[in-house]
Design a protein around this ligand. Structure first.
Ligand code: AMP
Length: 435
């Protein structure tokens, strides 16, 4: 029997891993998995250009589990042998869940540590011993300082969503953690973009990394239709309720610009009889997880989110994404819209555009390299016509999360000039690392 080169079997994964994949209906490896798994299984360092939704967790998770399952842990209390650093608690939970499901037929202990939760349980978990540790950098530093986490037996390090960790000001924490790790280890770094700081990090801490890249940063699925409704800001809520009412039970992801605005909108939708939950940076870990679970379980029809809270979350493929507010940076439009039209399915993106948001729409059109169809809804025509030219609205976004009170290392959320100017940098930023 010949084995297709594009199957998980052909990638040399163990029967225990193949069984777990089959149970989850992972039939074919995704492009990032096809590229990363052979390199990582051969022991190379890997620098992967990929966003959430590409299957990157299995791309690093399967070779990681494969390697750990081949070697035995040193005698004595188990210390972590693999460390995965992630920017947020949500991603920590998500990555841990995925790794656990891939490794369910292996005898492996998993643990997560992140801020916003008590230290006690985490200390206890570390004391009992784990093989694989998923952590946010800030909280891991706390554990290192207290001596409750030991990293001297780490064989594999993964930096997941490295660009986002840097955006959140985690660079100093990451460097402190790196200094505690054995030099002789395998390192994998995944990032949607590769700006100078990430390249520098890779040059300093990786051994001749092999670079791989899937789907350029600003690729938008073909099957998505984009539409914009001009409307007065004061009537946006009514228009949203009308759109949702016409959609009969379809689940919808709605993006707002501010935490407060998202909260208020979810409350107002509830008042209008629509089951809605909000997720943003001001909510506690428990509240965010609860809201996401309610949406995933279909108990809430509408998930209202800020960009920062939604990034990196494994929100299922949805037929419709609504921009209640347009993003201040066009790049975020792509992240938002990436929640629909996945895997060749069709999707719809609707933007409610207030009269001062014309320039933001123009910015989106420029990035999409096409016009977004402007459709006036009867009864909701704006009192002032929409002007695409002119000054940007003045709503600066504050960083949603500053670990340990540190300022962000760069203008991650500083407004249009900040990241808008760099939209698409991932696509053209292939660098000179080994292939
Ligand atoms: P990730 O980019 O790792 O967050 O993965 C995105 C989604 O794709 C998750 O829901 C995974 O469970 C799913 N996924 C990853 N790889 C595969 C695969 N080879 N086949 C089917 N689904 C996959």
């Amino acid at each position: 029997m010949t084995i297709e080169p594009s199957t998980f079997e052909a990638l040399g994964l163990s029967p225990a891993l193949l069984r777990a994949l089959a149970e989850q209906n992972y039939n074919t490896p995704t492009p990032i998995q096809l590229q990363a798994i052979p390199l990582a299984m051969a022991g190379h360092d890997v620098l992967g250009g990929a966003q959430t939704g590409t299957g990157k967790t299995a791309a690093f998770g399967l070779p990681l589990l494969s390697r750990l399952s081949k070697t035995t842990a040193p005698a004595g209390p188990r210390k972590p042998r693999a460390l995965i650093l992630v920017p947020t608690r949500e991603l920590a939970v998500q990555v841990n869940d995925s790794l656990k499901s891939y490794g369910k037929h292996l005898r492996m202990n998993f643990g997560t540590i992140f801020g916003g939760a008590g230290m006690g349980l985490q200390v206890e978990m570390l004391r009992r011993g784990v093989d694989i540790l998923v952590a946010t950098p800030g909280r891991l530093i706390d554990h290192l300082e207290r001596g409750t986490a030991k990293l001297d037996e780490i064989e594999i390090l993964v930096l997941d969503e490295a660009d986002r960790m840097l955006d959140m000001g985690f660079l100093p924490a990451i460097k402190r953690i790196l200094a505690k790790l054995p030099k002789d280890r395998q390192t994998m770094l995944f990032s949607a973009t590769f700006e100078a700081q990430i390249k520098q990090l890779a040059l300093e801490f990786m051994r001749n990394p092999h670079q791989i890249q899937v789907a350029a940063n600003n690729t938008i699925a073909e099957g998505i239709s984009h539409k914009a409704h001009p409307v007065d800001a004061s009537r946006k809520r009514d228009l949203l309720v009308k759109i949702l009412a016409e959609r009969f039970g379809e689940q919808v992801l709605v993006f707002g610009r501010t935490k407060h605005g998202c909260n208020r909108l979810a409350e107002q939708l509830e008042e209008a009889g629509l089951k809605a939950v909000a997720i943003h940076g001001n909510k506690s870990q428990g509240q965010r997880q609860k809201a996401l679970n309610a949406f995933k379980a279909g108990k809430a029809r509408v998930l209202v989110a800020t960009d920062v809270a939604a990034r990196g979350l494994d929100i299922p493929n949805l037929p419709l994404v609504i921009n209640y507010d347009l993003p201040m940076v066009a790049e975020d439009y792509i992240h938002r819209i990436g929640r629909t039209g996945r895997n060749g399915m069709t999707g719809e993106a609707i933007s409610l555009v207030g009269s001062d948001e014309g320039p933001l729409l123009k910015q989106v059109q420029r990035m999409l390299k096409k016009d977004v169809e402007l459709v006036s809804v009867e009864g909701f025509s704006p009192t002032r016509p929409l002007q695409l030219e002119g000054a940007m609205p003045n709503a600066r976004r504050k960083p949603a999360h500053r670990p340990h009170g540190k300022p962000p290392t760069r203008h991650s959320h500083a407004g249009p000039q900040g990241r808008g100017a760099s939209a698409g940098r991932g696509a053209g930023s292939r660098n000179g690392f080994a292939r």
